[in-house]
Write a protein that binds this ligand. Structure first.
Ligand SMILES: Nc1ncnc2c1ncn2[C@@H]1O[C@H](COP(=O)(O)OP(=O)(O)OP(=O)(O)O)[C@@H](O)[C@H]1O
Length: 460
């Protein structure tokens, strides 16, 4: 849905809120209707349809409990179970907001809001609605409820457990370590945790540690002063300081060297960083989320990863389940991606032959969701008709090699054979693309960074 065509209803008993939102939204959407009295809500809804309803959690008659908001939410959903309702809640009421999400609200906004963030949430919601409508994805598809900008889908039991954990852990200050194979959604989970935390309106900064060489690690993370090394033309704020008051996501933490681990540990222990070329410590206030697909505990047993650093970063651990253990989610996600890529490529939304679903369900998906995403994208683009057949799905070279070797890969086992298959497949694919890493990574269904990591791992 184009932003400009949307109709929005705002229900709040605070005139200032209504005025501020009217001013903010009137140039952005087609129509903004405001209503001060929730008693009039149903009658307003019966007069015209709205794409999104913003609903206050607390009306004065029942200050602070959120119950009145929940009541009106239930009345709206009774009327239309697909209604999109975003709750407006006060800071410190996250647990009530979580109750609202469980009761069917799409998302929530915390007062006082940042206008930019408010519009972002509205935009993401409208976009999600239009994909849902056009892609024929079953409306039962569940997503981590407050995940405004990216849909995190999953109906399987492991995913429901994951959503539950995210809901529970997000509004705390716990450092979270996300574990799981490539492409299982660790980054998506990190964003979901941030978006549902008290720090949601504060910065969310990511750092891909695998992509940071020894030389730039400290300056990237801790910052530097002008002139502290040859290329330091200006002062630079590091990612820790940039994330201050918000969340820092350290991706691929299992890949850093022991000296880097020591530096990171010192910063986390002292809650301060010292930019290169400075001797003035900068205090940091971050919520840390880290992720890796490396077997961290095995590395620690071999003294390749510091146990004290693990204890610092893993107040809570969440393991993302591999796609092959997510039952029917493969079908759900395949339909979702088919809708997405068909729309993006100006094609009609395709159907699937039943045999196609069977084929997709039988594959082990070592590259998990990212791999499925690429496979569906290829199929949508290359399919002849409007029905996706089994032959439209050609699996990546890595998968074929794994299937041929009858491996069911898991990131925890690390048999020699699997390593060898991986190494020879990588070599073959790179050769086929005449050394073009971007193309090779795409065919392998992994990111360029992940491919570089593997090249390093195999000494290639
Ligand atoms: N539950 C999900 N629903 C829909 N899309 C998903 C889901 N999980 C992951 N994806 C998509 O799959 C792709 C890979 O996800 P993501 O980058 O979060 O994985 P990752 O575990 O961090 O991967 P890596 O270990 O390679 O860094 C992304 O495009 C993401 O949007």
């Amino acid at each position: 849905m184009a932003f400009s065509k949307a109709r929005v209803l705002v229900v709040d008993d605070d005139r200032d809120v209504l005025f501020a939102l009217k001013m903010l939204l009137k140039t952005e959407v087609q129509e903004v209707v405001t209503e001060k009295n929730p008693e009039n809500l149903l009658s307003v809804l019966s007069k015209q349809p709205f794409d999104v309803v913003f609903l206050d959690m607390n009306f004065k008659s029942n200050l602070g409990t959120g119950n009145e908001g929940l009541y009106w939410l239930s009345r709206i959903l009774e009327r239309d179970k697909n209604a999109t309702v975003i709750m407006i809640t006060a800071h410190g009421e996250i647990s009530t907001a979580v109750r609202a999400l469980k009761a069917g609200a799409t998302d929530f906004i915390v007062k006082p809001w940042h206008n930019e963030k408010f519009l972002e949430t509205l935009h993401a919601t409208l976009q999600h609605n239009s994909t849902r409508k056009t892609s024929e994805t079953p409306t039962t598809a569940k997503r981590a409820p407050s995940f405004a900008d990216v849909a995190m889908l999953g109906e399987s039991e492991p995913m429901q457990e994951l959503f539950h954990k995210i809901e529970k852990i997000a509004p705390t200050e716990a450092n979270v370590l996300l574990l799981g194979e490539n492409g299982t959604g660790k980054e998506l989970a990190a964003k979901a945790l941030h978006q549902r935390s008290f720090r949601a309106s504060k910065p969310y900064v990511t750092a891909d540690l695998a992509a940071m060489s020894e030389g730039i690690f400290e300056s990237e993370l801790f910052g530097h002063k002008k002139g502290s090394f040859t290329d330091a033309k200006d002062d630079r704020v590091g990612r820790f300081a940039a994330a201050s008051t918000g969340t820092l996501f350290l991706d691929e933490i299992g890949n850093i060297s022991l000296p880097q681990q020591a530096k990171l540990l010192t910063a986390l222990q002292n809650r301060q960083v010292i930019p290169l070329g400075s001797n003035v410590p900068v205090p940091i206030d971050i919520r840390l989320i880290s992720a890796t697909n490396a077997p961290l505990y095995e590395l620690a047993a071999k003294n390749q990863f510091r146990k004290d650093l693990i204890y610092r970063i893993n107040t809570v651990e969440i393991t993302l389940p591999p796609l092959r253990e997510r039952g029917n989610d493969v079908v759900l996600l395949a339909k979702h991606f088919a809708g997405l890529y068909a729309t993006r490529n100006h094609k009609p939304i395709p159907e699937f032959e039943p045999a196609t679903f069977k084929k997709l369900q039988q594959h082990p998906w070592p590259g998990n969701i990212r791999e499925l995403q690429h496979a569906v994208e290829r199929a949508v683009i290359l399919a002849e008709g409007n029905v996706l057949r089994p032959q439209d799905f050609t699996f990546s070279a890595m998968e074929m090699a794994l299937v041929a070797n009858q491996q069911t890969p898991t990131y925890l086992d690390g048999p020699l054979q699997l390593n060898e298959v991986e190494k020879s497949t990588i070599l073959r694919v790179i050769e086929r693309h005449n050394g073009n890493i971007t193309k090779a990574a795409k065919e392998l269904g992994i990111t360029r960074t992940a491919l570089y990591r593997r090249l390093e791992k195999h000494d290639l």
